[in-house]
Design a protein around this ligand. Structure first.
Ligand SMILES: Cc1cc2nc3c(=O)[nH]c(=O)nc-3n(C[C@H](O)[C@H](O)[C@H](O)COP(=O)(O)OP(=O)(O)OC[C@H]3O[C@@H](n4cnc5c(N)ncnc54)[C@H](O)[C@@H]3O)c2cc1C
Length: 254
């Protein structure tokens, strides 16, 4: 099979891969991007974590005490705060390309509550306090409030919240609707080719090869945005790459 040329191979088409492909084509419309993974068509996969995501669109809601003690944890919070401030401009840029099919506005900065309930441990106390400290460090509002003042909050008697924060700048987003918006915006970018997942290898003589059911592609640059699969893909390319592992996680939300 003939090898097709491209400028950038993006491996993984969750929210990160799709956003990256869109940003590249916006910055340089003639750039040829191959975006490998879920192709956005019905039945082609759900985008893994991106398709499963809840609704949180914020920077503080998942700050933990352990995170703020580690350099990478603090960097992640800084990144989240910066990303949140850029969200409105980014959202409008993507929506403008997606056109009339773009879903309605999201719940950016509509606020949320964080409760510290009775069924918790010292770890939860510490993380609850860390959220307020991080908010103060980044100049974001975090108000102490009585949990009983949260409209609609009716806990079991022995499982009720003892304290609560109101975080007015946190928000919500329909993750599936946002993926669809990115798909519509990408469909307009004529130099972006969407292909099913493939195998990325270093090409002899430099650059990268991506072998997919839709063909083999070669480019001087590759970006691995494969979520929890990123680490094994990078390990197969070069086990000595100095990158922080990407790990899968599980959580519970109300
Ligand atoms: C249950 C759940 C709830 C969450 N809730 C929230 C929330 O409320 N708010 C929030 O901000 N975040 C939330 N997250 C986290 C958020 O969803 C992730 O951080 C984000 O979606 C990661 O996007 P990604 O593009 O990096 O990875 P993914 O969405 O996992 O995409 C990676 C893609 O790469 C593909 N892939 C793997 N190997 C290859 C290969 N060889 N070639 C091509 N493609 C490949 C995968 O199939 C997948 O489609 C939640 C996550 C989960 C799981």
């Amino acid at each position: 099979m003939a090898v097709q040329g491209a400028d950038v191979l993006v491996v993984g088409s969750g929210v990160v891969g799709r956003s990256l492909a869109f940003a590249l084509t916006e910055a340089e419309p003639s750039i040829r991007v191959v975006l490998a993974g879920d192709t956005g068509e019905a039945g082609s996969g759900g985008g893994a974590a991106s398709g499963a995501a809840g609704a949180m669109l914020g920077a503080l809601g998942e700050v933990t005490d352990l995170a703020v003690r580690a350099r990478h944890g603090r960097l992640r919070i800084e990144l989240a705060v910066a990303a949140a401030s850029r969200w409105p401009a980014w959202r409008e840029q993507v929506r403008a390309r997606a056109g009339a099919t773009a879903p309605q506005r999201d719940g950016y900065k509509t606020g949320t509550f964080m409760v510290l309930n009775a069924v918790s441990s010292g770890l939860d106390d510490a993380s609850f306090a860390a959220v307020a400290r991080s908010a103060a460090e980044h100049g974001l509002p975090c108000h102490d409030m009585g949990p009983t003042d949260i409209a609609g909050y009716r806990p079991l008697e022995n499982d009720r919240a003892l304290r609560a924060w109101h975080l007015p700048e946190e928000g919500f987003l329909d993750a599936r609707a946002w993926l669809a918006t990115l798909d519509a915006a990408l469909a307009v970018a004529s130099h972006t080719i969407r292909v099913p997942a493939g195998t990325l290898t270093a090409a002899p003589g430099g650059g990268y090869l991506l072998d997919t059911p839709a063909g083999v592609f070669r480019a001087p640059r590759a970006v691995v945005a494969a979520g929890a699969w990123t680490t094994p893909i990078l390990d197969a390319l070069d086990p000595d790459l100095p990158v922080v592992p990407v790990l899968a996680a599980a959580g519970t939300a109300v």
